[in-house]
Design a protein around this ligand. Structure first.
Ligand code: SF4
Ligand code: SF4
Length: 680
């Protein structure tokens, strides 16, 4: 077409892109916390194949998801077309040899290109519809989104115009009228036919315009990427590859706290430089689709926390301060330390945002590009709690209770085994032979409602002939609320002490009815030397039913809605075991709320929320969740909300009482199973 023009276009646009990309790279490197993501290469490649190329999470939002899948594969197919077009700037009719249009592979490719060009147009129309007509709240309805869609739309149309022009020119060069259409290029052929009535000048103009518009727009598009949400087109592959492959519910231990304190180093995340390169890559990769916020229980109940805005707020803050951050810390103003100048809280991240998170994981489950939230939020909380001492006052009571008497309820720890009175449950200190250690947890030790669950579980284990014992006063809090409140120091003390105790007894298997204890013992204690198998009571009870050791026979006529606990379901993938138990109970009718399993809504207790006032919003999380569960129940006193977590139990029982729904029952799966067993 024009080698000079094409060379100029390529050199200028590629150089501009290289400049922008190098700045983004340098900005990413300002984050100082190391993150090793070079392990488990096979699993990482698999994640890329499944989640990026397989687009596995996309169809969770059907229309937008399928439109995205089409556009994604369209881009894959059409990338080659752009390379071919740039080549034609130098050699008219250029083609990579196997893709010549007279070769079978070339014809197959031309067919695919034709189909995908149309499909991408249709995909873009769906996105226009979501933005301009439906104006979906979860999206960022700004000019950038529409501009990029328009660029893609024009690029696709220009390709059809170029191909149509080629067909007409080929016919006229052969002294024929019409267009040299091809059956394997049906849509380009339609453009060819439509253009065949135009004058030579008009056809030539459109052919050139189609060519240069497509060739140039691809390069302009590339240059816009680093400045907006479409940067994910480039960063998604490394981001999915570098995703955290450790168990979902695990918080990474903060290393060497004592040493850091002595050296007066920062604890947790105070400024953006305390993040890791992977955190910054997360910011670059956010597509602003808003799926995270759409599922977030805090955002759904009107709190100030919106995970999407948390991410893009930090990203924009970094972009705005790019030059300063790359140059290194700016000299502090008088009376201000350099450190304070870049503090994230309260300007960039508001405390109300930070303390509203329940660590439920709904955002991370939904994010199609694997952006993490919990580690970042806990990182900032760690700094506030351990370094600055600014956190919600009510958390102090919980932390003090754990620190002084070993439980957040502040009860004397020697009352831990009181619930077991009369049940003949041995203590580990008596030296019994056991199959399982029953880790009771603070809630079932001290909270009256949960004590009933402990009793029910103990009875069931005895009925099934399972040999078990408890630690009694030797058990202390596992540390989950302290860790999630940001007091990593206290958590690590508890974890070390508990692991020492458990290893001292040579414990091999642990059962617990608390998903928070389950998650911590199973996923976090291995970092402190814990080497034991941990099962949730739902898993063990389901197995005992399967083995015929528990035979629920008595009819419990009730209609149940089961509530998935976040730390059992989303964080640990235990969805089926509790349902299996409920289905095994005669007379039970199990109903699923719309938000169930990996989309189940949090009860509002996790992430240390249980121990503080809920942040201000339109409604309470437990009330909203209760309503979702009630919506699938027919009403009346034969209805029960079933749970498998002491904190969910508390939150949902409170919600039922607050809203005068006391006719609706609320029982743990162990209590329901026991009802069906007693009297055997
Ligand atoms: S973990 Fe849960 S509460 Fe926290 S931001 Fe994500 S969805 Fe919201
Ligand atoms: S964090 Fe993930 S889910 Fe949330 S807006 Fe960004 S890409 Fe979408």
């Amino acid at each position: 077409m024009s080698p000079v023009a094409m060379t100029l276009l390529l050199v200028v646009t590629l150089a501009a892109f290289a400049y922008s990309a190098s700045k983004r790279w340098a900005l990413m490197m300002t984050a100082k916390t190391p993150a090793n993501r070079a392990d488990r290469l096979g699993d990482r490649v698999k994640a890329v194949l499944v989640y990026m190329f397989g687009q596995k999470r996309m169809p969770r939002y059907a229309a937008a998801g399928w439109a995205h899948i089409i556009v994604f594969f369209g881009f894959m197919v059409l990338l080659l077309n752009s390379l071919i077009l740039w080549g034609r700037g130098y050699v008219l009719g250029f083609n990579f040899w196997v893709f010549g249009e007279d070769q079978p592979l070339g014809m197959a490719y031309a067919f695919l290109r034709d189909i995908f060009t149309l499909l991408v147009i249709l995909g873009v129309l769906v996105f226009y519809w979501n933005r301009l007509v439906l104006r979906l709240k979860r999206l960022t309805l700004n000019v950038e989104g529409v501009l990029i869609l328009t660029i893609i739309f024009v690029m696709m149309i220009s390709d059809f115009v170029y191909e149509g022009g080629l067909m007409v020119r080929a016919a006229r060069a052969a002294g024929e009228t019409g267009a040299h259409t091809h059956a394997f290029m049906p849509f380009s052929s339609m453009f060819g036919v439509a253009m065949s009535g135009l004058s030579d000048g008009a056809v030539n103009f459109l052919w050139h315009a189609g060519y240069w518009t497509h060739s140039a727009l691809v390069l302009i598009f590339l240059n816009l990427l680093p400045y907006g949400k479409h940067f994910h087109i480039i960063t998604v592959l490394p981001n999915v590859f570098a995703r955290d492959l450790t168990p979902r519910g695990r918080i990474r231990p903060l290393e060497d706290i004592e040493g850091r304190l002595e050296r007066e180093e920062t604890l947790g995340v105070k400024a953006v430089e305390d993040l890791s390169w992977k955190d910054v890559l997360d910011f670059y990769t956010c597509t602003e689709c808003g799926r995270c916020t759409d599922q977030c229980p805090a955002a759904r109940t009107g709190k100030q926390l919106s995970p999407k805005h948390f991410t893009i707020g930090l990203r924009d803050y970094m972009y705005e301060n790019q030059a300063t951050l790359i140059a290194g810390p700016a000299p502090a103003a008088e009376g201000e330390s350099a450190d304070e100048k870049f503090m994230l809280v309260p300007e960039t991240v508001k405390p109300e945002v930070l303390w509203a998170c329940t660590t439920c994981g709904a955002c991370e489950e939904e994010c199609p590009v694997f952006i993490s939230y919990i580690d970042k939020i806990i990182g900032v909380r760690q700094n506030l709690v351990m370094e600055q001492g600014t956190f919600p006052e009510q958390l102090q009571t919980m932390l003090q209770g754990i620190e002084t008497v070993g439980n957040p309820y502040s009860y004397p720890n020697d009352q831990r085994a009181d619930w077991a009175e009369g049940l003949d449950v041995p203590l580990m200190s008596d030296g019994p032979e056991i199959d399982y250690l029953y880790w009771v947890g603070c809630a079932a030790s001290f909270d009256d409602r949960s004590r009933k669950v402990a009793k029910a579980l103990a009875k069931l284990l005895k009925m099934a002939g399972v040999k078990f014992a408890i630690l009694g006063p030797e058990e202390t809090c596992n540390g989950d609320p302290a860790r999630r409140a940001g007091n990593e120091y206290l958590f690590q003390m508890l974890a070390t002490q508990n692991v020492e105790l458990l290893n001292g007894y040579n414990i091999k298997r642990i059962v617990t009815a608390c998903p928070h204890c389950y998650n911590t013992l199973k996923n976090e204690y291995p970092d402190f030397g814990g080497k034991f198998e941990v099962v949730h009571h739902s898993e063990l009870l389901a197995q005992l039913i399967r083995d015929g050791k528990l035979k629920p026979k008595k009819s419990v006529s009730a209609t149940l809605a089961f509530h998935d606990a976040c730390y059992l379901g989303r964080h640990n993938d235990v969805y089926d075991a509790p349902r299996e138990i409920l289905r095994a109970i005669p007379g039970v009718q199990l109903r699923e709320p719309e938000a169930a399993r990996d989309r189940g809504m949090c009860c509002g207790a996790g992430g240390a929320q249980m121990w503080k006032e809920e942040e201000a919003g339109d409604s309470r999380i437990n009330h909203a969740r209760m309503q979702q569960l009630l919506d699938v129940l027919p009403g009346g006193n034969s209805c029960t909300i079933a749970t498998a977590c002491p904190f969910c139990k508390t939150m949902l029982s409170d919600a039922l009482a607050d809203k005068d729904h006391e006719e609706v029952g609320q029982l743990d799966i162990a209590e329901l199973l026991l009802k069906s067993m007693e009297g055997e």
